[in-house]
Ligand binder design. Structure first.
Ligand code: FES
Length: 153
């Protein structure tokens, strides 16, 4: 197992900042055309020393383990960043202590990057088309029958 895989496995054992954020200022949702995985990220801002910075970030994912591990890292390291600083982060920055993404996993990091950008560029919560409290599970649920979503332990 590579160092990256080992660190990703550790991050997955206790992912940080998982779940919807009811008082978020922004929310962004993206799907990967490469694999069909989805990721939603919520952001809450605060004013610090006269600057708008990210106070908290959280996520939900229907995605691979790498996307979840990177999102866990990213939501930690986003704290205290201005929107412009956050926007400048690339997948390898967002993976933080996990280290550089292996070539096969780059699109997993890009999913996190795109969810972050979608949240940064998205409408304010009070202008959001959909309620931010919606979960991915609720969004994916068909109108009738079909799919059963089982949360992992
Ligand atoms: Fe789809 Fe990783 S395989 S995000």
């Amino acid at each position: 197992m590579s160092d990256f895989e080992e660190r990703a496995r550790e991050a997955l054992a206790q992912p940080k900042n998982v779940g919807e954020m009811n008082d978020a200022d922004r929310v962004g949702t993206v799907g990967s055309p490469d694999c069909g995985d989805m990721l939603r990220m919520w952001l809450k801002f605060e004013e610090k020393d006269g600057k708008k910075v990210i106070d908290r970030a959280s996520f939900q994912a229907f995605g691979c383990q790498t996307a979840i591990a990177v999102a866990s890292m990213a939501t930690e390291l986003l704290k205290g960043k201005t929107p412009d600083e956050a926007r400048a982060l690339k997948p390898d920055d967002l993976s933080g202590d996990l280290g550089a993404l292996p070539p096969m996993k780059i699109h997993c990091g890009q999913l996190v990057e795109q969810a972050l950008k979608s949240a940064l560029d998205g409408p304010d919560q009070d202008q959001a088309v959909e309620p931010v409290a919606d979960t991915l599970a609720a969004q994916l649920k068909p109108k009738s029958g079909g799919i059963k979503i089982v949360p992992l332990d």
